[in-house]
Design a protein. Structure first.
Length: 310
């Protein structure tokens, strides 16, 4: 089994930095951020801070790969926003080989399909990042919990060679992960969390601490989540009613003063991923004749906020 010895991370946001740290501690400069154009110019010095401590990282221009100056990586972590996927196709084409494993830590249901269609020679392993409360401002990352990754092959084959290679590497890097029995359930479970937490926080401005204690915001979160469960059941996905109460121990472990990524986007005047949350749920719900009024309302409010604060 070929070991993973080099890692390219596409996207130097909160999750990109969160995962770069433990990997770089193990393999040094063979873990690098891969960028091009203005993105490369913004981060090329590699200077970041994590929880107040300076953390230098290697940053590589895609030209180093296209010119043959650098070997293609064994493993690629895609950590951009959904609306930037089309912008990174040149990076992926330059970096991917027949041996490459790719994971996406993007939210939503569709990034793996996009990556496999654009990188057919690679092994795309489904992945969900859960339980982290990372916040990034400029080049500074802070977090109290790094959470874990849920990983799996599209057909839930736990003997998939790429999945085994990836599991071995994550063990080497001492990164928390789990291989669930049903990765589609896990993808929908994370969508349910994003729909409930990210969207409601973006509308209300609430940090995690308010979700810990305020029953009104919890009820709004639960209503949005329940609509997700109803649509998932119609689509044949094993999402369950008790997934809502079972979410609370993880929610309560998140730093009270931390904020969801969508609230951070609203406050910074950035575009959000609402199209891949309630927007996508509304599309799927329509296929089954299911009404999702809470998510329709959240979608409309967030789109208005994007317009006002952008």
């Amino acid at each position: 089994m070929n070991e993973i010895k080099s890692v390219a991370i596409v996207g130097a946001g909160a999750l990109g930095l969160l995962y770069a740290k433990p990997i770089a501690q193990k393999i040094g400069e063979k873990c690098y951020f891969l960028a091009d154009g203005s993105r490369y110019d913004r981060i090329k010095d590699g200077h970041f801070t994590i929880n107040g401590k300076p953390e230098p990282f290697n940053v590589v221009s895609v030209d180093s790969l296209t010119d043959g100056l650098l070997a293609k990586p064994d493993f690629i972590i895609v950590a951009v926003k959904n609306y930037h996927l089309n912008d990174i196709t040149r990076l992926l084409e330059a970096a991917v080989s027949d041996n490459t494993i790719i994971i996406s830590v993007l939210n939503g249901l569709d990034s793996e399909t996009f990556l496999q269609s654009h990188c057919p020679q690679a092994s795309v392993i489904s992945s969900i990042a859960i339980g982290m409360d990372a916040v990034k401002e400029k080049h500074d990352l802070s977090f109290t919990g790094s959470g874990k990754l849920l990983i799996g092959s599209a057909d839930n084959n736990k003997n998939d060679p790429a999945l085994k290679r990836l599991s071995s590497f994550l063990n080497f890097c001492e990164m928390a992960y789990e291989v669930p029995d049903d990765i589609q359930r896990s993808l929908w479970w994370k969508l349910m969390i994003n729909i409930g937490m990210n969207q409601v926080s973006a509308v209300t401005g609430a940090n995690y601490g308010i979700f810990h204690t305020d029953r009104n915001i919890q009820l709004l979160m639960e209503a949005a989540m329940q609509e997700t469960i109803d649509v998932a059941k119609a689509a044949g996905v094993d999402l369950r009613d008790d997934d809502i109460p079972n979410w609370y121990p993880t929610l309560n472990s998140l730093g009270a003063d931390k904020k969801t990524s969508m609230l951070q986007d609203i406050e910074a005047g950035r575009k959000t991923e609402v199209q891949w949350f309630s927007g996508r749920l509304i599309e799927i719900a329509g296929q089954y004749g299911i009404d999702v009024p809470v998510n329709r309302t959240l979608f409309q409010i967030i789109k208005i906020k994007e317009l006002i604060y952008s």
